[in-house]
Design a protein around this ligand. Structure first.
Ligand SMILES: Nc1ncnc2c1ncn2[C@@H]1O[C@H](COP(=O)(O)OP(=O)(O)OP(=O)(O)O)[C@@H](O)[C@H]1O
Ligand SMILES: [Mg+2]
Length: 358
C-alpha cells in the first residue's frame, strides 16, 4: 500500500534544555536506534524520561542539540517538519468540530500542496474510512462520535497522507480501559494492513507488550534495554526493566560457597536458578510471582499478609522473614489456606530465579 522501505535511523541524538534557572538539563542522552520498515515500534518509559522529546525531534518540532536522524538515504534532522515523510498523532488529537469526518480526513490531503484530483481524494477517503472501520460515519461531525471513533478519525487523517512513518504520542490515554483495549487491537490491525512503520509512545507496559514488535525501554533520557516483548519479560538485563515490565519479587541474598541465603533467612536451591550465582557477596535475586507455587516444605514459608482474588488468579503475599515479603500468583481455584493470617509455603519453579543487576 505504501512505498515504505526506509529505515528510520537515529544516531547519537542528544537534547539539552536550559531550565528557567539557567542550568542545562539533558532530556536525551545520545540515543542510537534503528527502526525497520513496517515495524510496530514502541518507546516505553516513565513520565519525564524523554519519549515525547524524541518523537518531536523525529517530527521536526524540536531541534536536537546534536546527533543525526536519517530516513533511508536521506538525512532529515535539518529539514522542516512538512518535508519529513513522517506524520504525527498526538494525545490531544484536535479534530475540526465544524467539519464532517470526511472533511477532516480530506483536510490533511488538501494541505499537502500537490494537487490531487477530487476523484483521487474521494477514493483515498473511502479507503481510509474502510481501514479504520468507519465506512458509515463519513458525514458525521466529531461531536456525534464516541472517543474511540474520534481517535480513529485522527488516525485516518494522519494515515491518509501515506507517511513513511507514523508517530503516535500516547494517543489512547484519553480513552477508558475497555475502549483502549479495543483500540490497541484495531491499531495493530491497521498497522499490519497499511504496512506503515508505527512509532508509538506510551508509559503503559501492558499496552507496549500487547502491540509492539519491539520495545525500547527508556529511563532518564537513555535506552536501558531494547527487545521484543518476550525478551524484555524473560531476560531483563537490569532491575529497572525487571520492575517496569511485569511484576517481580526482589530479594537481597548473600552468597557463600554455593549457598544462597536471603536476608529473611531462607535458602534458595541452585535448581531454582537459570544460572546459579557463584562466588561470595551480596546480590539481588528476582523471581516472578507466577514462578512461585504453594508447596509443603517450599523455600518460602510464612504467614499470609495479603490475599487478593482477581479472577484469573489468586495473589498471595507471604511474610517470609523479618522485612521479607514475597508475592505469588497461584491458581484461582486453589482451595488451601489462603486467608490473611494463614500459614503457607511457596516453592520456586526450576530455572526461574535470576540475579538482577542494579
Ligand atoms: N522546553 C523544555 N524546557 C526544559 N525542560 C523540558 C522542556 N521540555 C521537556 N523538558 C524536560 O525534559 C524531560 C523529558 O520530557 P518529555 O516530555 O520528553 O518526557 P516524556 O517521557 O514524554 O514524559 P510523559 O510520559 O510525562 O509524557 C522532562 O524532564 C521535561 O521536564
Ligand atoms: Mg510525553
Amino acid at each position: 500500500m505504501t512505498n515504505n522501505d526506509a529505515t528510520l535511523s537515529i544516531r547519537g541524538l542528544t537534547k539539552e534544555f536550559v531550565t528557567p534557572e539557567g542550568a542545562n538539563f539533558i532530556a536525551l542522552d545520545g540515543i542510537d536506534l534503528d527502526i525497520v520498515p513496517g515495524e510496530f515500534f514502541i518507546m516505553l518509559g516513565p513520565s519525564g524520561c524523554g519519549k515525547t522529546t524524541l518523537l518531536r525531534s523525529i517530527a521536526g518540532l524540536e531541534q536536537a542539540t546534536s546527533g543525526e536522524i536519517w530516513l533511508g538515504e536521506d538525512r532529515i534532522d535539518r529539514l522542516p517538519p512538512y518535508l519529513r515523510q513522517v506524520n504525527t498523532v498526538f494525545q490531544a488529537y484536535a479534530l475540526f468540530p465544524h467539519l464532517t469526518v470526511r472533511q477532516n480526513i480530506a483536510f490533511g490531503l488538501e494541505m499537502e500542496g500537490k494537487k490531487a484530483s477530487s476523484a483521487e481524494v474521494k477514493n483515498r477517503i473511502d479507503e481510509m474510512l474502510e481501514l479504520v472501520g468507519l465506512g458509515d460515519f463519513g458525514t458525521r461531525k466529531p461531536s456525534q462520535l464516541s472517543g474511540g471513533q474520534q481517535q480513529r478519525v485522527a488516525l485516518a487523517r494522519a494515515l491518509a497522507k501515506r507517511p513513511n512513518v507514523l508517530l503516535l504520542d500516547e494517543p489512547l490515554s484519553a480513552l477508558d480501559l475497555k475502549l483502549r483495549r479495543g483500540m490497541q487491537t484495531e491499531l495493530k490491525r491497521i498497522q499490519i494492513e497499511s504496512g506503515i512503520t508505527f512509532v508509538f509512545v506510551t508509559h503503559d507496559q501492558e499496552e507496549a507488550m500487547s502491540m509492539g514488535d519491539r520495545i525500547a525501554v527508556f529511563n532518564k533520557g537513555s535506552i536501558v534495554q531494547l527487545g521484543t516483548p518476550r525478551e524484555l519479560y524473560s531476560e531483563p538485563t537490569n532491575r529497572f526493566v525487571a520492575e517496569f515490565i511485569g511484576e517481580m519479587n526482589f530479594l537481597t541474598v548473600t552468597l557463600d560457597g554455593g549457598m544462597v541465603r536471603t536476608a529473611g533467612g531462607n535458602h534458595i536451591a541452585a535448581e531454582a536458578f537459570l544460572e546459579p550465582p557463584t562466588g561470595v557477596g551480596t546480590v539481588t535475586v528476582g523471581i516472578r510471582p507466577e514462578h512461585l507455587r504453594v508447596a509443603e516444605g517450599g523455600t518460602f514459608a510464612g504467614e499470609i499478609i495479603a490475599s487478593q482474588y482477581v479472577g484469573t488468579d489468586l495473589r498471595l503475599c507471604v511474610r517470609t522473614g523479618p522485612e521479607e515479603e514475597v508475592w505469588a500468583r497461584v491458581d484461582a481455584n486453589y482451595t488451601g489456606p489462603s486467608s490473611i493470617g494463614d500459614r503457607t509455603a511457596l516453592a520456586v519453579a526450576p530455572r526461574s530465579a535470576r540475579v538482577v543487576r542494579a
